[in-house]
Ligand binder design. Structure first.
Ligand SMILES: *Cc1c(COP(=O)(O)O)cnc(C)c1O
Length: 411
């Protein structure tokens, strides 16, 4: 019954052919593309060329001759299509944490008379740590308000809120929040809205321009599959660019970087959001990775993401009932991103035993098994296989051996 459903769903999948744009090893069911995306087939040749020809032969001439200088904004425009940003508003470079710091400070500087920074107590740790640091630097009170309560707090005491910093998708549970509604609530209070799109960009449609978003950042290495340590992106809405005052005034954001002036004059438009020399090999890898989205509509990505996560939940209900699992992710597709998390007291050894069988997800302490479903390369057959393996492990007790109970550094 489930086998037939998986086969039928995969046969009707308009994105099925896109899986060939990725190099996935045989025997691996990859459900961790929300932590490190799979390798796009276009990347190795681009890296080979970037290293041997561009770096090895063309050397310093590559800044002009091979388009290295324009790469952060060129790739930003390409990426912008996936997050609903018209050209000229996205820059790529540095890590998410750096981009976060840079844009959070710039956002707060737009509201110098306000003293509150709202953020989510369930936000990813780096986002909370950096919010706290920005609070100390700019003398702001950082208040942790859960995403689902933020609109009410903004309505009640929003007049003192400078910035609201949230993620549309909870990185642990996969819960999806209404970006348009929260952005509107922030604006109604006169606050600046800051979005972290790490678990949304490339996974579901994000309409930054349409919802009048102010600032956003996000990872290049999760659903965008840019590779380990891929540079992150920052979005600065066009209407804020004139007043965008970033704290990391690196020389690449200067109006005339090669005038080598001793004082900073920000460049025009989104170019002022550049910081400094980007990791070019990684940036070119990300640019090549984004070709996996060529001709792909984000509405189709979303439809398949809902189908994969919904089918996973259905398989769990059918095959894992009574085996100690609870569903941590909402069942309403309107409140669910492209990942599903299950709670189980033995989450860590279960994930380790699954990995040993080639089914790769991850766990988040203390008790979450987390599975990410990248609609570009995961199939319904993968979903069913993963749940069947989990059923086999938990019923046989295969996870209760020492090899699966000891933890490595990265979980
Ligand atoms: C993955 C993730 C990060 C990672 O930040 P790095 O600077 O790339 O280490 C930050 N924030 C969120 C919400 C994430 O999901």
């Amino acid at each position: 019954m489930l086998t037939e459903r998986a086969t039928a769903l995969d046969a009707a999948d308009p994105l099925a052919h896109v899986r060939d744009r990725f190099l996935l090893p045989d025997g691996v069911t990859y459900l961790d593309g929300n932590s490190l995306g799979a390798l796009p087939a276009a990347v190795p040749a681009v890296i080979e060329d970037a290293v041997r020809r561009q770096w090895g032969t063309d050397l310093i001439r590559s800044w002009n001759g091979n388009g290295w200088w324009e790469a952060p904004l060129r790739t930003g425009d390409t990426l912008g299509r996936l997050i609903g940003a018209a050209p000229g508003q996205v820059v790529v470079g540095d890590s998410t944490s750096v981009q976060l710091f840079n844009t959070l400070v710039a956002a707060a500087r737009l509201r110098p008379d306000r003293r509150l920074l709202l953020t989510d107590p369930d936000h990813f740790p780096t986002d909370q740590y950096i919010a706290d640091s920005v609070g100390r630097m700019l003398d702001l009170e950082v208040r942790r308000v859960p995403a689902r309560e933020a609109a009410a707090v903004l309505a009640a005491e929003g007049a003192n809120v400078a910035v609201a910093a949230y993620a549309p998708v909870d990185y642990r549970t996969g819960e999806l929040y209404d970006m348009a509604a929260l952005t509107e609530a922030a604006h109604a209070a006169g606050a600046v809205m800051h979005w972290d799109l790490c678990h949304a960009a490339g996974a579901l449609p994000v309409e930054l321009d349409a919802i009048a978003a102010d600032f956003a950042v996000g990872c290049g290495y999760k659903y965008l599959s840019g590779g380990p340590g891929a540079p992150a992106f920052a979005y600065v809405a066009q209407r804020h660019q004139q007043d965008f005052d970033q704290p990391i005034t690196g020389w690449h954001g200067h109006a005339e970087p090669f005038a080598m002036s001793g004082t900073y004059t920000p460049g025009p438009g989104i170019s002022r959001a550049r910081i400094s020399t980007p990791p070019l090999l990684s940036l070119l890898a990300l640019e090549a990775a984004l070709t996996a989205f060529d001709g792909v509509e984000m509405k189709d990505v979303r439809a398949k993401g809902i189908s994969l996560t919904g089918f996973f939940q259905e398989c769990v209900d059918t095959l894992l009932d009574g085996l100690g699992f609870t569903m941590a992710t909402p069942r309403d597709p309107a409140h669910r991103g492209s990942q599903v998390a299950l709670r189980h007291a033995e989450a860590y050894p279960l994930v380790a035993a699954l990995t040993a069988r080639g089914v790769i997800g991850d766990m988040r302490a203390p008790d979450l098994l987390r599975f990410g479903f990248n609609p570009l390369y995961v199939s319904h057959a993968d979903v069913l296989h993963a749940v069947r393996e989990l059923h086999d492990i938990v019923t046989s007790g295969a996870h209760r051996t020492p090899e699966f109970t000891q933890r490595p550094t990265v979980t």
